[in-house]
Design a protein around this ligand. Sequence first.
Ligand SMILES: [Zn+2]
Length: 441
Amino acid sequence: MSCIYCFIKDEYQHKLKTMSRHSTLRFEDDLYKYKENFLESLKNLDSSNLCSCCHGFAKNENIVSFLEEMKTDLQSKIDYIAVVFDEIINIYKTFITCNHEKAYHGMVAFLQKYSTNYTSINAQQLCKPMFRVRRKTGDYDESDIREYFHIPFTKRYLAGNQRYSMTGQPMSYMAESLQIALNEINGTIEEVNIALFFPRYSYFYRNGMYDVSNGFIGNLNALISETYTGSSMPEYDNSYYTFSKNNMKKMIGDYILYQILQYPTKEGTKGVFVQEYVLPQLMMEAIQNKGDWLGLQYQTSKPPMYKVVNEYWRVPNLNYCFIIPYTADTAYNEQYIKKFFYEIYFQKENDIELEKVQQMIEVCFENCRKAQAQKYIMQEYFHYTVCVETYLKEMVRLNTEEYVETKEFQIQKLLLYKFLIHINEIICNPDKYQIIKYSDN
Ligand SMILES: [Zn+2]
C-alpha cells in the first residue's frame, strides 16, 4: 500500500532500485528493470487518503485532492516517462558501445530537451556556511587552509574515482553542516581537523550551481507545510506556480535523471571502473563546460538523523562540489581560495556561549546599518549575518536539547563566531575593504 507521495520519496525509489538489480551484472539491464518497476508501481498506486504511512493527509482534503490530481496526471504520462528513461539509458549505452564523446553530447542534448531551468541554485542560495573535515593524520599542516581546499595539482594522482568526480581532477568538497561532513568520511569529531568556508557573494554573484536533489519532494513538502499552516491553498492545475501541471513534463525529466544519477553502487562491482558513476561524471563534465556553473550540489547518501519536529520541513542534507580551475604555477589555486571566507578550528580553542554568538550577530547587523546609512552597499554582509543566524536556529530546532552541549555544536558555533568577527572588521572599515557606495546621482 503506497500512495503517490510515498512513491516520490527517495526511500521508495531506493527500494525500487535495489529490487531492480539484474543477475547479469550489467548496469544497463538494471536500468531497464528499474524503468519497468517504476512504471508498474506508478500504475498501481493507492489513494493518498488510504495510504497507511500518509494517514495524516486524510484529514486534509486539499492535500489529498492535490495528490490525487497529480497522480492521475503522472499516470496519464506513462508513455512520456518511458521515453525519458530510454533517453537516459541510451546515453549510458552509447558510452559503453560507442565512445565517450558521443555519450557526452547525448547528455548535453538530454539536458536541453528534458530538463528545467529550475535545477540550479543562484549565488545567493550558494553563499552560506559550508564545512570541510580532514582526518588527523599528522602529515599535513592543519593550520593551512589550502590543506582543506583541494588536492594539490602536483598530487592529482591521488584524486580518485567518485560519483561526481573524475580520476585525476582535483575538486573541492564541502558539506551543508558539520555532521554531514563527518558522516561522509565515517569519522567522529575527535578524528578530524575542521574548517568553515563561506563563498563570497561579490565574487560569485554571476554564478550558480547545478542542483542534483529531489526537487519534486522538496516542492511537495513545502506545499504541504504551507497548506497545514494555512498560508496557501494547494492547486495543481494553474499557470502561476512553478510546481504545477504546466511544468510537470520537465520536472519528470529532472526527477528521473536525478534518481538514476543517485543509483546505489552494487557490492562487488566497484572496480577501477564503476558503472553507476558514468552518468554522474558525464553530468559533471556538462557542468564544467557550461561556464557559469561552479559545480554541483547533491544530496548526501548518509543523511544525519535529526529530531525532526515536522516531517515536511527541509533539513540540511547537501554536499557541494566545486570545480577547481587549473593553475600552472602553484600547487593550489590561490586566487580561487580568495573567493571564500574561511576559518579553521584549532584544537585548544575555548568554548563560546550561544548568547555571545547571538550578541555578535546583533553587532554585525547594527554595524551594517551604520555603514548603509553612509551609503555603503551592505546587502552582502546582511546576507552573511542572516545565514549565520538561520544556521544556528535551524541546528537548535532540528536537534535534541543535548545536542547543543555536544562538541560538534560547540565547534560550529565557534567557527561561525570567528567568521562574524572577521566580517565585522570589514563592515566597520568599508573604505579599507573597498566596499562600494551608492552613487548620489
Ligand atoms: Zn503514502
